[in-house]
Design a protein around this ligand. Structure first.
Ligand code: ADP
Ligand code: MG
Length: 222
């Protein structure tokens, strides 16, 4: 599903160039759940951004689902994101004026799914994450754990082959973190989704199929 070869990322600034990723190698099988840990500032979010087509590598090759991302034009990169990637971040980024059902249905509807089907799909996913009796709650009327479960449902609504999750439980207490963690794995198993997730929680990382540590610009076994 993913193959990175000699991946490098350098941020240029007036003062100095900052090399964050260097000669990074990564292979992830289809359907695998990979966790990445590592100190703050080590480049975990940068790596996820590159895998998700939100940022570009400075060097090397990044193939995801058979697509080489390194040289892809902006429009093709947008298509890639829409067709291939679901994102969950530490913050939920739900739209505050839309209820849970609308928030989850919207990306499907925007991608061209008929309105009725988009809402059916959203309802079914919200049911999977235990929010079937919160469909018409606004984000402000949901708890932190519920918002993050809605964000997870939204990430899955277009059946992305790849789910990228950047500290999805970073803002949650232990009980809610455990619930989101279990749902991430349950939903992705159900849909055959490949996962790359970043976490500081060793329990989350241990529940993945494999976990690696990002340090010194590269990935090593933890
Ligand atoms: P992590 O997610 O592991 O905490 P990040 O990938 O967010 O780390 O950031 C890694 C390093 O790259 C940090 O030192 C950060 O300041 C730097 N960085 C990230 N994005 C940019 C950018 N757009 N421009 C310059 N430096 C950046
Ligand atoms: Mg980060």
């Amino acid at each position: 599903m993913i193959e990175c070869l000699g991946l490098g990322k350098t941020f240029a600034s007036a003062a100095e160039d900052l090399t964050i990723l260097k000669d990074l190698e990564l292979r992830v099988e289809r359907g695998e759940a990979l966790a990445i840990m590592g100190p703050s500032g080590s480049g975990k979010s940068t790596l996820l951004s590159i895998l998700g087509g939100l940022d570009r590598p400075s060097q090397g090759s990044v193939r995801v689902a058979g697509i080489e991302l390194a040289g892809l034009a902006e429009e093709a990169l947008t298509d890639y994101r829409g067709a291939t990637v679901g994102f969950v971040f530490q913050a939920h980024y739900l739209l505050k004026d839309f209820d849970a059902l609308e928030n989850v249905a919207l990306p499907a509807y925007m991608a061209g799914m008929p309105r009725r089907r988009a809402f059916e799909k959203a309802r079914s996913l919200l049911s999977d994450v235990g929010l079937v009796d919160r469909l018409h709650h606004l984000p402000s009327q949901l708890s932190g754990g519920e918002r993050q479960r809605a964000a997870l449902a939204r990430a899955m609504v277009n059946d992305p082959p790849l789910l990228l999750a950047d500290e999805p439980t970073g803002n949650l207490d232990a009980t809610n973190a455990a619930s989101v963690r279990d749902l991430v794995f349950a939903l992705s198993k159900k849909h055959g989704t490949t996962i790359v997730l970043v976490t500081h929680d060793p329990h989350f990382a241990d529940a993945a199929d494999r976990s690696l540590e990002l340090t010194g610009g590269g990935l090593r076994p933890r």
